[in-house]
Design a protein around this ligand. Structure first.
Ligand code: ADP
Ligand code: MG
Length: 618
């Protein structure tokens, strides 16, 4: 028996136990080898002008034998001579395919997958003995290479009809942890081929069980029979030319592959050549999948190289704010040995950058060309986009600011920031916004009155993240955002006509820390009181921040200003009480404070106490 060359023994153990995370990938590796072997022969037939070899004649056959516990993969490719068996399978990390590529470098159209010379040995993850029966093209001698993976290998003369290689895996016995017999299951094999090797360019065939009815009437029964089936679909949709693909085909592929029952709002089918070569097929869903906003959700795109699946979910290809995008990338990346991670991250980064731009442009174009469809999409993913503006200290705000919409008070529909700003007149200093649970709630806010009376529109923010996103943006087109609850609205004639320092000081003293200031409002018209805030933090932000799971115990606090309307009858009352009965004035102050809390939708300390106060004043 020949020993494996180099430190093969060690490498083999390492391989079997650590390179691959999933044992099932041996199928991908062996099918890739078979495909390479056919490619080589096909290529040779073209360059050497061999006649009689048609593309249609090439195929890969799979066979299971449950009794013998064997799985066989056979190809009619270029095959191996005795010497090649010895060299290619006897030296671990020796890739005949890599040599082939190197020798045929300048010639185009070689799409050979192999390059590391280790994939073959993945067979030993599931088999304790492997036979390779091979006959090189043009030779009339076949050889059989046999190994149990650990001690070494034997090469003997063998028998094989026609050129090509047959790999016979003698599966390991089942254990409690590992049921190797699943690889004898027709259904399992079919789904693994679909998963990893669906786009191998030659048909992968297997005899599969079918059923037919025999007999008639009462004697009718189901009988099984075997029929050859092609397990792979060979030509990937994304490698076809756009003009040959119907919208329905695109949609069906999406629904089947990504388990959605609704059509996507946009399909992006793109390719690039140059620094990096790739094809990408991306979909923008119409709604979030069931776990999208949960911890279990994993973003990412499928990654293929040369039509072979490398990973189901390559995270690096998508930024978080576009995590809803589904799809795949097929590229000739340089892979590492296990094909599980990508070695040259730079290539991947470049692809990710291109893809990000593509997605942004597609979303913008959808927004411009089909507002209704965009809104369908936006309903589901607005929070994600707005979060994207906020996170990473606003690093991506420029990219995202034109993709977000807010509800317009004036127009009663969603508008973009650009649409809002384009409408602003000379006299309008800020982009106004108001926060609340619903648009209706916002519209009844007293703070909106003065802004609306001046004819300015207000963006109605109803998501928790909204105000944070706008604060992160700071400005749009050099226009600053300003909450209607801010004590400075930048509106002329908004100076308070009345001042009553004695009264407001008294009220502030009675309310203590609950407010920062009490003042007579310039802006309040129809409501007796409301809050405004000073400084960075709004009341909405206070509510959101204190509601977070990791909020500090003492909480954060917005600087509330209690504003009193000078034109409201209650102000007269207040003045009267203040002059005649300080105790009553204090009670009314307390009631007004609680009213302002209620208008803001904030919880009041004690409803009972409030009712008592009101009764005492009546
Ligand atoms: P790689 O595919 O990365 O080159 P493998 O370990 O998968 O490495 O295979 C080692 C080498 O064995 C291949 O490069 C190829 O030369 C040869 N080989 C493997 N399988 C076959 C096959 N079915 N037909 C012909 N040659 C094969
Ligand atoms: Mg290989």
């Amino acid at each position: 028996m020949k020993k494996f060359k180099t430190e093969s023994q060690k490498i083999l153990d390492l391989m079997i136990n650590s390179i691959y995370t999933h044992k099932e990938i041996f199928i991908r590796e062996l099918l890739s080898n078979a495909s390479d072997a056919i490619d080589k022969l096909y290529y040779k037939s073209l360059t050497d002008g061999i006649s009689g070899l048609a593309r249609e004649d090439f195929s890969i056959q799979m066979k299971v034998d449950k009794e013998a516990r064997t799985l066989t993969i056979s190809d009619n490719g270029i095959g191996m001579t005795e010497e090649e068996l010895d060299k290619n399978l006897g030296i671990i990390a020796k890739s005949g395919s890599q040599d082939f590529k190197a020798n045929n470098e300048s010639k185009e159209d070689i799409n050979i997958i192999g390059q590391f010379g280790v994939g073959f040995y993945s067979a030993f993850m599931v088999a304790d003995k492997v036979d390779v029966i091979s006959k090189a093209y043009g030779s009339d001698e076949a050889f059989i290479w046999t190994s149990n993976g650990s001690d070494g290998y034997d090469i003997k003369k063998g028998e094989r009809e026609g050129n090509g290689s047959t790999i016979v895996l003698h599966l390991r016995p089942d254990t409690d942890e590992e049921k190797y017999s699943t690889y004898l299951d027709e259904y399992e094999i079919k789904s693994l081929v679909k998963k990893y090797s669906d786009y191998i360019r030659y048909p992968i065939k297997m005899d599969t069980t079918h059923y037919k009815t025999v007999g008639e009437g009462e004697d009718a029964k189901q009988e099984s029979y075997l029929e050859e089936e092609t397990l792979n679909s060979m030509i990937p949709l994304w490698k076809k030319s756009k003009k040959d693909i119907t919208e329905e085909e695109y949609d069906n592929f999406y629904k089947d592959t990504f388990y959605d029952n609704e059509n996507p709002v946009r399909v992006i089918h793109t390719s690039a050549e140059g620094v990096v070569d790739y094809k990408a097929l991306l979909y923008i869903p119409s709604h979030p999948q069931y776990n999208y906003y949960s911890k279990n959700f994993e973003k990412g795109l499928r990654l293929y190289t040369n039509g072979v699946l490398i990973t189901d979910c390559c995270k690096d290809l998508l930024p978080d704010y576009f995590s809803f995008v589904k799809g795949l990338v097929d590229s000739e990346l340089t892979l590492n040995v296990s094909r599980e991670t990508i070695q040259h991250n730079r290539q991947l980064t470049k692809i990710a950058e291109n893809i990000e731009k593509k997605i942004k442009n597609e979303l913008l174009s959808l927004l411009e060309s089909d507002r209704e469809k965009y809104l369908t999409f936006y309903q589901g993913f607005a929070v994600q986009l707005k979060y994207g503006i906020y996170e990473n200290w606003g690093r991506n705000k420029d990219l995202l600011q034109d993709l977000v919409l807010f509800y317009s008070y004036q127009e009663d529909k969603f508008v973009t920031l650009k649409e809002y700003v384009d409408k602003m007149g000379e006299s309008q200093k800020y982009i106004y916004y108001a926060t609340g649970k619903t648009v209706e709630a916002i519209k009844s806010l007293p703070q909106c009155d003065i802004v609306r009376e001046n004819g300015f529109d207000i963006l109605c923010l109803t998501d928790d993240i909204d105000e944070f996103a706008l604060r992160m943006l700071g400005t749009y087109n050099e226009k600053e955002f300003r909450s209607v609850a801010n004590s400075d609205l930048g509106i002329e004639n908004a100076e308070s006509p009345v001042e009553n320092k004695e009264l407001t000081d008294f009220m502030k003293e009675k309310l203590g820390d609950k407010v920062t200031e009490v003042r007579i409002s310039a802006t309040l018209k129809n409501h007796p009181v409301c809050f405004s805030t000073k400084g960075e933090l709004s009341m909405e932000m206070e509510r959101v921040l204190n509601g977070l799971p990791d909020a500090p115990k003492e909480g954060v606090k917005a600087q509330k200003v209690l504003e009193i309307s000078a034109s409201h009858p209650v102000y007269e009352k207040l003045q009267k009480y203040f002059a005649e009965d300080k105790e009553k004035a204090e009670k009314l102050t307390e009631v007004l404070y609680n009213q302002a809390m209620l208008i803001e939708g904030l919880p009041i300390e004690s409803p009972t106490k409030l009712t008592e106060l009101i009764c005492a004043l009546l």
